[in-house]
Design a protein around this ligand. Structure first.
Ligand code: PXP
Length: 249
């Protein structure tokens, strides 16, 4: 597996749909946001169709598939309903995430090691359909080895705890988490997995993750949408892109 100087930015547009759904209106339109993100330098668009459809809805996925000029990274839980939707659309990438109804966001990584044979069988038809299958996992070696064994193309390492520790001011825990993420990225790369990372990343936290040479793609959403309120989406994406490029240089 190659490393690359060019780090891709996937912009997650879920929370444009969150704002839309808060009022049951037709706006803001996630497809319009995706197009703007593409023109601001996003290398791909990420959208998570949750079981409860709390943000992205089925019609948004139809619209993204019809409109995007960059690859769609379709995030979903490993359920039969979602598998059928993915097989209908055949997006560029399918990222499997754990999903609990009561959680506010994706709180932990997927337990690949504990559910290896089911997940192996689950991803086989997606791989067969031409989707790059990505597994959203923590940095634990057991999870990374299991992802490689079931022949996922990609692992996306969960950066949520690293970001949380940073904002809590718990710098020792943050740095320990960062060290474990680095080890995890190295291990995954050595096993032939493409390495992505994401969750909770901001202007303040992105650089050390972007600097990891094995990491090929970052997926970032909530912060970019929040920052868009103040400086606009295009400026927020351009600034994130610049910080990523600077960290990589
Ligand atoms: N990567 C994955 C797999 C996710 O589930 C999410 C959140 O939907 C993200 C990245 C983006 O996280 P955030 O919205 O906190 O930037």
């Amino acid at each position: 597996m190659e490393t690359s100087d060019k780090l891709r930015l996937g912009v997650n547009i879920d929370h444009v749909a969150t704002v839309r759904n808060a009022r049951g209106s037709a706006y803001p339109d996630p497809i319009r946001a995706a197009k703007l993100a593409e023109s601001a330098g996003a290398d791909g668009i990420t959208a998570h169709l949750r079981e409860d459809r709390r943000h992205i809805r089925d019609g948004d996925i139809d619209g993204l598939m019809a409109t995007l000029t960059t690859p769609l990274n379709f995030e979903m839980a490993a359920t039969h309903e979602m598998q059928a939707i993915a097989l209908k659309h055949r997006p560029h990438a399918v990222c499997l995430v754990p999903e609990k109804r009561e959680e506010r966001t994706t709180e932990g990584g997927l337990d690949v090691a504990g559910d290896e044979s089911r997940l192996g069988a689950f991803i086989a038809p997606l791989i067969e359909a031409g989707c790059r299958v990505s597994l959203f996992i923590g940095h634990e070696p057991a999870q990374i080895h299991a992802a490689a064994r079931i022949e996922a193309a990609v692992v996306e390492l969960h950066t949520g705890a690293y970001c949380d520790h940073h904002y809590e001011g718990n710098y020792a825990a943050r740095d320990a988490e960062l060290a474990a993420l680095k080890e995890g990225a190295r291990l995954a790369h050595s096993l032939g997995l493409e390495v992505h990372a994401g969750h909770g990343l901001t202007f303040e936290t992105v650089a050390p993750i972007a600097a990891m040479p094995e990491v090929m793609e970052l997926n970032i959403g909530h912060f970019l949408m929040a920052e868009s309120l103040f400086i606009g989406m295009e400026a927020a994406i351009r600034q994130m892109r610049a910080l990523m490029d600077e960290a990589r240089a």
